[in-house]
Write a protein that binds this ligand. Sequence first.
Ligand code: NAP
Length: 255
Amino acid sequence: MKSNQPSKVALITGGTSGIGRASALAFAKENYRVVIAGRREKEGAAVVAELKALGAEALFVRTDVTRESELAALVARTVEHFGRLDVAFNNAGVEGQFGLTTAEQTEDHYNHVFDANVRGVLFAMKHEIPAIIKSGGGSVVNTSSAFGSVAVAGGAVYVASKFAVVGLSKSAALEYAQQGVRVNVVSPGPIQTEMLDRAFGAGESDGKKGIATQVPAGRIGTVEEIAGAVVWLSSPGASYVTGVDLLVDGGYTAR
Ligand code: NAP
């Protein structure tokens, strides 16, 4: 039976490609209205067209998550356009540069990675959570990484940024548990996206084959495998799940 309730609204940062795009499509298939955010307008418009082709109402809001004012405007635009916010997936992130020892790190590199991965998540939640509370409660999922649980030599800044995402999320989970907002983390292992192509080379590169051998599942994961976890974490089926870091990593961190 179709409900008379307006369909829920999901906001996804980093929705212009990869895990964010796949999650936007997965939310649309679950009857959500979807807002995607990112900096690339052409890619944003293309994802909106895909969402509309699935029958979903969809909106792209050009947003740089390193700027709090743009995150505030994103949430305001979402509420203005759709009247509510139920689910936020703070997924925008950058990998920075791997292969730098701690002694080789620079302030510019630190700022580049932390501004997107940590500042972007903190100030997204700052503006999303009050809007979610006003809508009667809901869910936030933030993207960390397997490298938010274990380190890799040469990846100190990215690793630290993803550990920080877990800390921010657990803190917010405690703060808002009594106000009907669940806050969880999804932590992907290696997933086939543009980010993996940038890090290890496009196509069937030797770098990717090497990474796959480090995963107990023996392969790189798909964006749909992350999207499924995000949609579940955001669903009523996860109503008692908050403050969790859900590793979707083919067993990478189980060793
Ligand atoms: P991706 O295709 O490169 O996606 C990254 C997304 O982040 C893009 O949509 C990009 O959009 C957005 N973004 C980056 N900086 C931004 C900024 N300043 N403002 C707004 N949006 C920004 O790679 P992905 O693998 O799907 O990455 C998504 C998330 O998964 C990231 O947080 C990443 O760290 C995490 N992750 C990925 C893997 C993996 O193996 N792929 C593993 C663990 C964790 P615009 O370029 O349009 O701004």
